[in-house]
Design a protein around this ligand. Structure first.
Ligand SMILES: [Zn+2]
Ligand SMILES: [Zn+2]
Length: 260
């Protein structure tokens, strides 16, 4: 194992993952991992996209279970987090409710949907055009500017809806990476993308993400990266982190531990 921690972990509460807090802790102990961060999909006060996340009234119990696990598994550093969709109108929710009231120790910023006009497009299924690339990069930059998030999960997810490498997709990468560098926000190389089914492009099949051209461009900038498994089942608590780190190594990117 190339590192002994993972800070991107889901539980059954999001309705598309398996296992609970203790199940992941037991797996992590088995692997002799040192740190484990929980980051289930955050509930949203407006209950948007309710099928892939816990509800607001489950949040207190989720936090409680993590606090209990900290006592049950003293051999692990356990961190209490959430992976968040961002909504500019909910800044007070992230700040006062999540980080304040519920004492979350970190938040991950993620763009599984992004706003275009008055609607939200899905980052896997948006039509592949330049306007949507721009909407995606603008939104992810807004998330970084909010300074609420410890890192940005799979920033290269746009490569799932925009399969081709050309000056448009490269510019999207440059815009995101430049902002991450200026705002000093780590970007995540996400191991879960390596387990998903590949997509077809004009130059053959490739992973949805990590998208290598993105990380190749990142290699020219002064940025920090994190490598996580994005576990959706306990047996994946470490998952493809080593392969994610290999992408970082290939392009001389510095992999960090956000809690060090
Ligand atoms: Zn998920
Ligand atoms: Zn995730």
């Amino acid at each position: 194992m190339k590192q002994y921690f993972n800070y991107h972990t889901h539980t059954y509460r999001c309705n598309h993952a398996r296992g609970d807090i203790d199940d992941y802790c037991q797996e992590a102990v088995k692997l002799q991992m040192k740190s484990l961060g929980f980051s289930d999909h955050t509930p949203l006060p407006n209950e948007r996209w309710p099928n892939v996340r816990m509800h607001m009234d489950e949040l207190a119990e989720y936090c409680e279970q993590i606090d209990l696990a900290k006592e049950k598994f003293p051999q692990l550093n356990i961190y209490k987090g959430l992976e968040c969709e961002f909504d500019i109108n909910l800044v007070n929710f992230y700040q006062d409710i999540l980080l304040g009231k519920h004492k979350l120790e970190y938040l991950i910023g993620s763009v599984h949907w992004f706003p275009v006009g008055s609607t939200w497009l899905n980052s896997w299924r948006a039509p592949a055009n330049v306007a949507n690339l721009l909407a995606y990069s603008n939104y992810i930059i807004k998330i970084m500017e909010s300074k609420l998030f410890s890192f940005i999960a799979h920033p290269d997810l746009f490569a799932a809806f925009y399969p081709e490498q050309n000056k448009n997709s490269e510019q999207c990468a440059i815009d995101i990476i430049t902002a991450a560098s200026e705002l000093n926000i780590p970007l995540e190389i996400n191991g879960y993308g390596l387990e998903k089914k590949q997509i077809k492009t004009s130059s053959g099949w490739r992973n949805q993400y990590p998208w290598e051209p993105f990380w190749e461009i990142a290699g020219d900038y002064n940025i920090r990266v994190v490598a996580n498994s994005d576990a959706h089942k306990p047996s994946n608590v470490y998952g493809k982190i080593d392969e994610a780190i290999e992408v970082a190594e290939k392009f001389n990117l510095q992999v960090i531990d956000i809690f060090k």
